[in-house]
Design a protein around this ligand. Structure first.
Ligand SMILES: CC(C)(COP(=O)(O)OP(=O)(O)OC[C@H]1O[C@@H](n2cnc3c(N)ncnc32)[C@H](O)[C@@H]1OP(=O)(O)O)[C@@H](O)C(=O)NCCC(=O)NCCS
Length: 245
């Protein structure tokens, strides 16, 4: 048994974290774009000044136990992501679409318009819209886009450590609200987990592909001010997903 530490994702983590993501969030749409897409996706969050990529590791072995991706300023982050990584993402998605006809059909039906609009919006943005983005910081809403814990070590405090670390970073950056979506309770949703931290259900959201999600929001003013205290807890050793430094 050893303790949990939370740290930023670095380049050496990308293979392991992408593999774990693929296993733990196998139903998620972006997983279908392949491991190279996932690796670049984590890298984009890790490199962005406006986002956070965290891993929880076993303090003794540095083995990855879980991961969290979140934004600190969604507009600026997605603009960075599209401008810096958009061409490579489009290339990888196109390859997968060419190889998998079902994926191609679903992309066209549910996402291609939205992805294209996002890219065009990002390219067209000029100094004036940049000013609007800066002003929109006043609303101070960020979001958790992904969170998972290796099934071998769930219910040992790993998810809690990741959430509290992210909350602390969001508070430091002056964020007021954190949003996230999760599936409904009967469909492996984790709403009850987030409710423990004060997240409140806002509404039901139907995705472009017709899936139902629950939108949760945390008001950081409701959370005690200052960095949240993380109590390290013992986690059982897990043999898989060792990382090399
Ligand atoms: C949800 C998840 C991130 C929680 O991480 P974790 O490390 O297992 O959680 P912790 O050990 O920090 O917290 C455990 C507590 O949360 C509860 N909990 C964990 N997962 C839960 C879930 N899906 N729904 C409701 N409660 C949950 C546990 O019952 C436990 O409660 P207790 O402390 O009263 O016993 C993890 O279980 C996971 O990765 N699940 C699969 C992927 C997933 O659902 N990701 C979230 C997508 S939005």
């Amino acid at each position: 048994m050893s303790r949990i530490a939370v740290r930023a994702v670095d380049r050496n983590d990308l293979d392991v974290v992408a593999k774990l993501h693929q296993e733990m969030l196998s139903e998620e749409f972006i997983v279908r774009f392949g491991p190279r897409f996932l690796k670049r996706y984590y890298r984009a969050f890790a490199d962005s000044k406006h986002a956070v990529a965290l891993v929880a590791v076993d303090e003794d072995t540095d083995m990855i136990l879980g991961a969290l991706l979140g934004t600190l300023n969604p507009s600026l982050h997605y603009r960075y992501l599209t401008r810096r990584h958009g061409v490579y993402f489009a290339f990888l998605i196109s390859i997968q679409a060419l190889l998998h006809a079902k994926l191609a059909k679903e992309l066209v039906r549910t996402r291609i318009r939205r992805y294209t609009q996002g890219v065009l919006r990002s390219i067209k943005r000029n100094a004036k819209t940049d000013a609007v983005i800066t002003t929109s910081l006043v609303t101070k809403v960020s979001d958790i886009t992904h969170l998972f814990v290796n099934s071998d070590v769930q219910s040992a405090g790993v998810g809690t450590s990741l959430i509290l670390s992210y909350q602390s970073l969001a508070i430091e950056r002056g964020v007021r609200y954190i949003d996230l979506v999760t599936a409904p309770a009967g469909m492996n949703g984790a709403g009850a987990f987030y409710e423990k931290f004060g997240w409140k259900l806002q509404r039901t959201h139907i995705s472009h592909s017709g899936e139902e999600f629950l939108l949760y929001r945390l008001d950081l003013h409701d959370v005690a001010h200052g960095p949240a205290r993380i109590e390290p807890r013992d986690v059982p050793h897990s043999s898989s997903h060792k990382i090399s430094n």
